[in-house]
Design a protein. Sequence first.
Length: 152
Amino acid sequence: MNDDEGQRVQVLDVSRSWALLREAAVGRLAVVVDDEPDIFPVNYVVDHGSIVFRTAEGTKLAAALGKVVAFETDGYSADTGEAWSVVARGQAQEIRQLHDVLDSLELPLSPWHGGAKGHLVRITPDRLTGLRFTTAGPHSENPESPRRAPLE
């Protein structure tokens, strides 16, 4: 742990980072579109050391497939003032083999809004990093503050 002006920062091991990825439901996919960074929120599941999400035809799919992407998710507890962030970096591939598609369709992964999401994408991370830290602001003084994914 690091102590910088009263803030603790803990580097999480890979196992704990995967566990936190499994607990959250929404992440952000970072890609490059027309030489500019872009970020897309996606709901996802962790499947055997990879991250799987569904999407439709479009910018997100075109920018991700066959490319190295970043995927980030985080959580915060207003009660403790602790937050965490996990970032996965790796290549995104469309799931196309029939047996893999059938297995992936069994995953608890449904689109959150209407429209066909006929493409299943798998990110297999080459690097996975996670941090847990104490936030600098007030913690439990504001009971109306939004809650994010639980810490443990």
